[in-house]
Design a protein around this ligand. Structure first.
Ligand code: HEC
Ligand code: HEC
Length: 202
């Protein structure tokens, strides 16, 4: 084989390898994840994964696979993650990280009575509690939670409070919170979706 053919082959491989991983990731998502995590699963308390940190997605899938984290909502994540190889996890995480979370047709009723008040109290509580120290900088693998579904946030916080979901820092931080604090912070975090990223069409 001549030198130029070898070089051509190598550059084709380099060109196709990431494209293939992208395709594999999209396929896994369409066939195995979309029904629960996409707009189709809006009514379920599943987390939105579009635009999530890829390393957090991989870490969570590994935790489900090893049963360090249990899917407390439907029990499905443990079985699904067990069937994925590390390469599958990386491919789907890479695909999801590149998706726009505004494509998930989540609607928040901003005109609901009390929303504005909850939002501003929630913003204050979130700032006082220094939550963004980890959640805005991926410190300690803390996931993005701004714009997350309110139903999932409420459940996740409740699971930390009761100890059903184990995470080293979360229970201590939330110990002194009242029910109102939880509700306000959830309204703030989910409400930030419209204010920041998705425009007024959402
Ligand atoms: C039958 C519904 C269902 C399907 C299908 C499903 N999931 Fe999930 N997934 C859930 C639920 C419910 C949770 C929340 C579990 C909990 O926190 O107790 C979850 C949580 C997750 C989390 C944790 C995210 C976070 O913010 O903590 C990741 C990552 C995830 N799923 C990835 C996937 C991937 C990748 C697929 C496809 C290979 C998939 N899921 C398929 C229901 C599903
Ligand atoms: C010291 C770092 C740190 C701080 C500060 C912190 N968190 Fe977290 N948080 C984490 C980590 C790490 C996880 C992921 C745990 C896991 O992998 O299951 C997490 C997970 C979460 C989740 C679940 C999200 C998901 O997608 O599964 C919510 C909701 C959350 N935190 C809210 C908060 C709130 C509200 C505050 C402020 C009181 C806060 N966190 C402060 C580190 C932190």
């Amino acid at each position: 084989m001549s030198k130029s053919i070898i070089l051509l082959t190598i550059s084709c491989l380099l060109w196709f390898a990431p494209a293939r991983a992208e395709q594999v990731g999209a396929q896994i998502y369409d066939n195995q994840c979309k029904s629960c995590h996409g707009s189709e699963g809006l009514a379920l308390d599943t987390p939105i994964l579009h635009g999530q940190e890829p390393a957090y997605i991989v870490k969570s899938l590994q935790a489900f696979k090893k049963e360090i984290r249990k899917d407390q909502i439907m029990g499905s994540m443990n079985t699904i993650a067990a069937s994925l190889s590390l390469d599958d996890m990386k491919a789907v995480a890479h695909f999801l990280a590149g998706q726009d979370s505004c494509d998930i047709k989540l609607e928040i009723d901003y005109s609901r009575e009390g929303f504005r008040d909850e939002f501003s109290r929630g913003r204050q509580k979130y700032a006082e509690s220094n939550c963004s120290h980890c959640h805005s900088s991926f410190h300690h693998y803390a996931p993005r939670i701004i714009g997350q579904k309110p139903g999932f946030l409420t459940r996740a916080l409740e699971q930390f409070r009761t100890g059903e979901r184990v995470a080293p820092m979360m229970p201590n931080l939330l110990r002194s919170w009242t029910d109102d604090d939880y509700r306000n912070v959830v309204s703030y975090l989910s409400g930030m979706r419209l204010m920041r990223a998705c425009g007024s069409g959402h």
